[in-house]
Design a protein around this ligand. Structure first.
Ligand code: CMC
Length: 386
């Protein structure tokens, strides 16, 4: 047994997985490399690959899609909760990630398989969660906007893909093929990432033989933090702050001065750095290219945002040798698409729930309690009555 401590468990191999490889140079989902998936697979196919375990043929894909579509609508109890959360969302004591976490927990209270951890029940629950999370995001946004819910009886439009339907539920408008493609690819990029903090959280929870909804609820709480999934919102907030501070002209000298002050203040720049990828995150250039294309279609204001982001990236690389992670282009891309910033991390959940559920099923299939030990650094032994 090792007794050395690794702060943040850096470099510790905490288990095996057949779902994803991050550490070996490429990002691979069940044997398929991420560039290949982003270019050639849809998120619906990737979700099948992760959850069912293999690339679907046409018939399997149709069946899988039909199952997701049939499960999109939310129970009234969840809609009632989202309505009740509106004042808290307005007040800011609750942000969309918190409301999503509670909504998923309520889904667990209502799921007929909630206490069944068998592989069959877990797969049914995984599909229901995957189907319903975009509907929670869409209805929550409708409620925040003070609008009627879009398609509450069906959870959307059966003709639309998972990504397109999520955008439709948020806005009531069918997205363009380009917008659909951009969000679809972002979901594929976000779907899975081996033992990242939120997935590890899910595995720790379900390794006690607790249930899938509980584990996913914990996963959402872990993903919310700005050092993890919350970085896509924080990255956009940071760019907005830079724009506010330096003005609209993207003056390189002002950007450099802002960055040098940030370095002096020892600020963490959101959307940069990664525990595993020290030479760059494979996903970031893929999303950057798509987001920039969208910006070029949308107009000068958005191109300027990308130019600002590119300058910030260059300074980080030149002066700190730190690369952007996927959350940096994600912030700019979702902003360019008009998605409200507090929904960026919930959209990350809509993708990562597939990875989480795949890991929960893998853990339950070959379980052992996850229980590490700590090095005690507290006071020396003393007597209570001394
Ligand atoms: N801004 C400024 N300095 C940084 C950053 C950053 N974003 N990232 C790392 N560093 C510095 C860090 O302070 C440390 O400096 P020093 O040696 O002087 O103390 C050095 O780089 C090495 O850091 P590290 O040990 O590689 O960092 P870590 O592995 O403990 O943390 C991280 C990884 C992702 C939490 C961190 O890079 C960070 O806080 N980034 C900003 C938040 C972020 O973008 N998170 C998204 C992560 S990836 C996708 C996802 O999960 O959503």
């Amino acid at each position: 047994m090792t007794t050395a401590t690794s702060k943040g468990l850096e470099g510790i191999i905490a288990g095996d997985t057949q779902i994803c490889s991050v550490a070996q140079g490429d990002l691979i989902y069940r044997g398929y490399e991420i560039h290949d998936l982003a270019a050639n697979a849809t998120f619906d196919e990737v979700a099948h690959l992760l959850l069912v375990g293999h690339k679907p043929d046409a018939k399997e894909l149709q069946f899988f899609r039909d199952e997701l579509i049939a499960n999109r609508a939310l129970p009234t109890q969840v809609i009632d909760y989202l309505r009740a959360a509106k004042p808290m969302l307005k007040e800011g004591t609750c942000v969309p990630m918190d409301a999503l976490r509670t909504a998923v927990s309520i889904l667990g209270n209502l799921d007929k398989d909630s206490q069944d951890n068998s592989p069959e029940a877990n797969l049914r629950k995984a599909k229901r969660l995957t189907a319903k999370i975009p509907t929670i995001i869409g209805h929550m946004q409708n409620i925040i906007d003070g609008k009627e819910l879009i398609a509450p009886n069906t959870g959307g439009n059966a003709k639309l893909s998972h990504a397109a339907n999520m955008l439709y539920l948020m806005t009531g408008e069918k997205p363009s093929p380009e917008a659909t493609k951009t969000v679809d690819v972002s979901l594929t990029l976000y779907a899975e990432h081996d033992y990242n903090a939120s997935t590890f959280t899910c595995r720790v929870i379900c390794a006690t033989l607790s249930d899938m909804h509980g584990a996913v609820t914990g996963g959402i709480a872990a993903l919310k933090g700005p050092l993890h999934g919350g970085a896509n919102e924080a990255a956009m907030d940071m760019l907005a702050e830079i724009r506010k501070d330096i003005g609209p002209d993207n003056d390189p000298a002002k950007i450099e001065a802002w960055m040098h002050q940030a370095f002096k203040d020892k600020r963490k720049l959101m959307g940069f750095g990664h525990r595993v990828y020290k030479n760059g995150d494979h996903r970031a250039p893929i999303l950057h290219a798509l987001g920039r294309k969208t910006a070029e279609q949308k107009g000068a204001e958005f191109v300027k945002l990308f130019e600002l982001g590119e300058k910030v990236q260059q300074i980080m690389l030149d002066e700190k040798n730190i690369h952007p992670n996927v959350d940096f282009p994600c912030g700019m891309t979702y902003y360019t698409m008009g998605i409200p910033v507090p929904q960026y991390t919930p959209i990350f959940v809509a993708a990562r729930v597939t990875g989480w559920c795949a890991h929960i099923m893998e853990q339950h299939a070959n379980n052992r309690l996850i229980r590490p030990i700590a090095t005690y650094t507290g006071p020396a032994l003393k007597k209570w009555n001394d």
